[in-house]
Ligand binder design. Structure first.
Ligand SMILES: [Zn+2]
Length: 428
């Protein structure tokens, strides 16, 4: 992890190493007897145990860390003094000598996440345990350019904080999701057909013009993967989240962590070559790439060519829900093409789970065709434990994934230890 101390706030800047595992579980290893934290466990490591629900009491911490009870108390008191955790009676407790439970204080701060689409961004505020506080959808004109859009995102964050009665200083971090490959280490957008004028844009610097709060910038399909992975649970260590809407993208969870690749382009299946026919132009240079053949935009262009007056994926879904044979056939053809490309990826990655998000995931004909093609084309050893289904995170999945990601970055054991050290220095 590259660490940059920001000159404005002195806060830790979580710009991520390329392809690095992103987890706060770094100090914890699973053993045959449970979890152990390599000694000496710091307050930050203790916080991680509490945050992940591994340790709920002081006795649990002692057991997992081998720290003496007196040292556990020092660690816990430091976290309580910092306002990060609280100790309370166990819920439903009827007295007796029940140990008090430790939990992260949601009110310790607020995080914001904005997930950018073609026509709007979804802005979510959440507390420090990821509980949603506020979700809004803000319309944008992509043609207005990145400066205007980032201005709009920031003013919307300020407005949402004010609306919820939260002080601007309560903001601990912000995540931005964009429909483009992102080098999350640098916070730059690589290229995007959906965001004209954003190629090689230093989005991180643009956001820095508004706030010194820690920030992460990530591809939208990767954020979908973060949200769905949280819902799938830690037992699912290898999964693929496929976002299918106007464009197509995927995010990879490998070994329990988001895998972004050398330059942030891991999972970019949208421009893989297919045997299909292009319905829209794509500037990627690959003839009949998946996006030009099978994306929502391609299906809309195909149906418009057949005389249907539709312009958005919502129109397309409405057409298929009404049972229009041409729409269902187009979605089925598209699903087969997506399934062919995914089958290669699934054979290669051997995930436990493939989930779909984005507007086309609401089309049964599309999802059934993808699933059928993947199971038909993949090796039996790969499909034996494979589940392919629509995701659970819903329409705000990317914004929720951004919340999960920024919390993971700002609540690492190292960041917690640094915050405590800074508070002590300020007092001294
Ligand atoms: Zn392309």
């Amino acid at each position: 992890m590259q660490e940059v101390i920001d000159e404005h706030s002195g806060k830790f800047e979580p710009r991520e190493e390329r392809g690095q595992k992103s987890s706060s579980l770094v100090l914890v290893s699973e053993t045959t007897t449970g979890y152990r934290v390599d000694p000496p466990a710091s307050s930050g490591a203790v916080f991680s145990l509490i945050r992940q629900g591994i340790a709920q009491t002081r006795r649990d911490i002692s057991r997992f860390t081998s720290l003496a009870p007196s040292t556990v108390s020092l660690r816990v008191e430091a976290l309580i003094d910092e306002g990060l955790i609280e100790e309370a009676e166990r819920e439903g407790s009827t007295g007796g000598r029940q140990p008090r439970v430790l939990r992260v204080r949601g009110e310790a701060g607020t995080v914001a996440s904005a997930a950018l689409g073609a026509r709007h961004f979804t802005l979510a505020l959440a507390d420090m345990v990821g509980r949603p506080i506020d979700v809004t959808e803000v319309p944008i004109d992509v043609a207005s350019g990145p400066t205007v859009i980032v201005d709009k995102i920031w003013s919307s964050v300020e407005a949402a904080l004010a609306r919820c009665g939260l002080a601007p200083s309560s903001l601990r971090g912000i995540a931005l999701g964009v429909p483009a490959p992102v080098d999350s280490r640098l916070g730059t957008v690589s290229s995007s057909a959906q965001l004209p004028g954003w190629d090689h844009l230093d989005l991180y610097a643009l956001l820095r013009g508004h706030t010194p709060t820690p920030a992460v910038i990530e591809n939208d399909a990767n954020l979908l993967a973060m949200a769905e992975h949280r819902l799938a649970g830690p037992a699912v260590e290898n999964m693929l989240a496929v976002k299918v809407g106007g464009r197509i993208g995927s995010g990879i969870i490998a070994g329990g962590h988001l895998y972004t690749g050398a330059s942030g382009a891991a999972g970019e299946i949208s421009h893989s070559a297919t045997d299909g026919v292009s319905f829209i132009h794509c500037s990627c240079g690959t003839e009949n790439c998946l996006e030009s053949v099978a994306s929502g935009s391609a299906i809309i262009a195909r149906l418009r060519g057949e005389g249907f007056d539709i312009t958005t994926t919502a129109d397309l879904i409405a057409l298929s829900s009404a049972g229009t044979p041409a729409a269902i056939e187009a979605l089925r053809d598209s699903g087969k093409r997506v399934g062919e490309v995914l089958a290669e990826v699934v054979n290669f990655l051997n995930p436990n789970l493939v989930v779909f998000g984005g507007s086309l995931s609401a089309a049964d004909a599309f999802v059934a065709a993808v699933r059928g093609t993947v199971f038909q084309r993949c090796l039996p050893i790969v499909t034996a434990g494979l589940e392919v289904k629509v995701g659970l995170a819903g329409p705000d999945a990317e914004a929720q994934g951004g919340i999960n990601l920024i919390l993971e970055r700002i609540l690492t054991p190292e960041a917690i230890d640094r915050a405590i050290a800074q508070s002590r220095q300020a007092v001294a």
